[in-house]
Write a protein that binds this ligand. Structure first.
Ligand SMILES: [Zn+2]
Length: 286
């Protein structure tokens, strides 16, 4: 399979599950899409307005607890990053994602179920060359101790560091190069994480209603509370890398460049993509 060509999926596939914040169940169905279509979410439960929401950085409206998109008709879709990371990691350029609720299912808190769904649907090569966003000038955004930077490189490379003042996490760094198979092997299975003391605050805000130890690594003090523990000591930074990969796919194509993140988050990643697009001398579509 020539990875420099665009890909969609060969057949329709579905799964269902609850949203981590809404607690509401939703069915998600993926369908093949035309060359150049990109990833497009469609709210099947919304019939009185335009229910199509393209997966693009310009559609990102809120980033507090996940990456959420809205279209100009005010129709939104929440927590898209784990699905988009799977598309990026497997090389799926064009896909329609039908959803009958406001939020994507959290499933096990990782991208693994989405990797399995896309694999079950099968990849199909298309004629057009893949769109690649080539970074030609370093760009960075900062917020306090947080930093996200893109600079020129061959291929798509990432270095992510997190630092949490608990012995359960501490300082963790990962380097990753996007090559075929690497995402499924090294990143896709890393689950989302949260702190027990935040759960009550989230519940008071009507968020985190679907969160449980089935879909979240729960940290309290210096301990991981999940009975089965971690899949790897650095599962936390691997999940942060997973989020970065999902957020960067909102550029509208794969990136050719080096991403460096220090305590990155969804908001900073979105600001970085917007900063790149705001400076025409920083990138080229290849
Ligand atoms: Zn995540």
């Amino acid at each position: 399979m020539a990875m420099n060509r665009q890909h969609t999926i060969a057949q329709t596939a579905s799964l269902s599950g609850v949203g981590v914040h809404s607690g509401k169940p939703a069915w998600l169905t993926i369908r093949s899409a035309a060359e150049g279509a990109g990833v497009c979410f469609v709210r099947a439960d919304v019939t009185d307005r335009d229910a199509t929401i393209p997966a693009l950085a310009t559609k990102v409206t809120t980033t507090g607890l996940g990456t959420n998109l809205s279209n100009s008709a005010g129709v939104s879709v929440a927590t898209v990053e784990h699905f988009l990371a799977a598309c990026s990691g497997l090389g799926v350029d064009n896909v329609i994602v039908e959803l009958d609720g406001p939020e994507l299912p959290i499933l096990d808190g990782s991208s693994r179920p989405f990797v399995e769904l896309l694999t079950q649907a099968g990849l199909k090569e298309q004629g057009a060359p893949r769109r690649v966003l080539k970074i030609v000038k370093p760009m960075e955004v900062r917020h306090g101790q947080k930093l996200a930077r893109l600079s020129p490189a061959h291929g798509f490379e990432m270095r992510v560091t997190i630092d949490f003042p608990t012995r359960a996490i501490g300082r963790q760094t990962i380097r990753f190069v996007m090559t075929p198979g690497a995402f499924a092997r090294e990143v896709a299975w890393a689950r989302t994480f949260g702190f027990l003391h935040q759960a009550e605050q989230l519940h008071a805000m009507g968020k985190g209603l679907g969160a449980s130890m089935d879909n979240t690594i729960v940290v309290e003090g210096d301990s991981v509370l999940n009975p089965d523990g971690l899949q790897a000591d650095d599962e936390f930074v691997r999940h942060k890398l997973l989020d970065v990969i999902g957020d960067l796919f909102l550029a509208g194509g794969q990136i050719e460049g080096l991403y460096e993140g220090e305590q990155p988050g969804h908001a900073l990643n979105n600001q970085l993509i917007r900063a790149v697009f705001a400076d025409e001398t920083s990138f080229a579509w290849a």
